[in-house]
Design a protein around this ligand. Structure first.
Ligand code: 6GU
Length: 255
């Protein structure tokens, strides 16, 4: 999978050198491009923001640097005269399911494990990290005319910018790409994969600070262990996340 990120804080994504995703990049399973939005400004101060039309607090990210930065990744707009020879516009590639452009936004669709799985099947994801009060809406409108665009939110709280959200999304998506996680079975037994929270896990020693490992786990009875773990999942989900057990949650998962 190819992943491109446009941001004013490219260093933020240095951590993608580490851990499982770093290994996936080394082995070529994930190809990453991090692009500095300021490289696509043309004024002396490299400004990426301006005051909002209509007034109000904060600053809005200007459309021109975004247009230049995204065109450099996606190919120029085929509708514009100078780009007749553009090789890979999103309009062309939309036919073969070209890139998806994702803008992290608290106003977007909720990011879920189901969405992570969907996106893990894509060949090319492009993330545009907004800062300040957001990006000029015409950027979303323009690229929506040319291909697939999604606004995606991590949850109902406010972050200063999209960078942390994109890190979270890339980690959730990247680990679902075949080969990134060494043991595929570990993907199946996790929270949210079957719509339930994970069962509790234990390792040695059998007694730690007066606390015993549940005896069933040391019984060697794999049937009993399997039943116990499933009961734990149900109990935990009922207690912590009853919304996941609601019928609407089930139909959403299947839909
Ligand atoms: Cl995706 N972006 C920002 N800026 N804030 C958020 C978010 C995303 N999801 C929750 N809060």
């Amino acid at each position: 999978m190819r992943i491109d990120i446009v941001t004013i804080f490219p260093e933020f994504f240095d951590v993608l050198d580490l851990s499982l995703l770093g290994k996936a990049r080394q082995s070529g399973l994930i190809e990453l491009g991090v692009h500095n939005l300021r490289d696509h400004t043309h004024d002396r101060h490299h400004s990426v923001d301006d005051t909002p039309y209509g007034g109000g607090a904060g600053m809005v990210m200007k459309p021109e640097p975004w247009g230049d930065a995204l065109d450099a990744i996606l190919g120029a707009d085929p509708a514009s005269a100078e780009s007749v020879a553009a090789e890979t516009s999103i309009a062309d590639s939309a036919a073969d399911d070209g890139p998806i452009l994702i803008f992290p936004s608290p106003a977007g669709d909720q990011f879920t494990q189901a969405m992570a799985r969907e996106l893990s099947l894509e060949r090319h994801l492009v993330f545009g990290c907004g800062r300040y009060e957001g990006i000029d809406e015409r950027v979303v409108d323009h690229y929506s005319q040319r291909g697939r665009v999604r606004l995606v939110s991590l949850g109902d709280y406010v972050l200063n910018g999209g960078e942390v959200a994109v890190m979270a999304m890339i980690e959730a998506i990247g680990r679902l790409i075949p080969g990134v996680v060494g043991n595929p079975a570990s993907l199946i037994e996790e929270s949210h994969e079957d719509g339930l929270l994970e069962y509790p896990s234990y390792t040695k020693p059998a007694n730690w600070r007066g606390l015993d490992v549940p005896p069933v786990l040391r019984s060697g009875d794999h049937g009993a262990i399997s039943i116990w773990r499933h009961e734990q999942q149900i109990e935990r989900t009922q207690r912590v996340r009853p919304d996941l057990l609601a019928p609407s949650a089930t139909s959403e998962r299947q839909g």
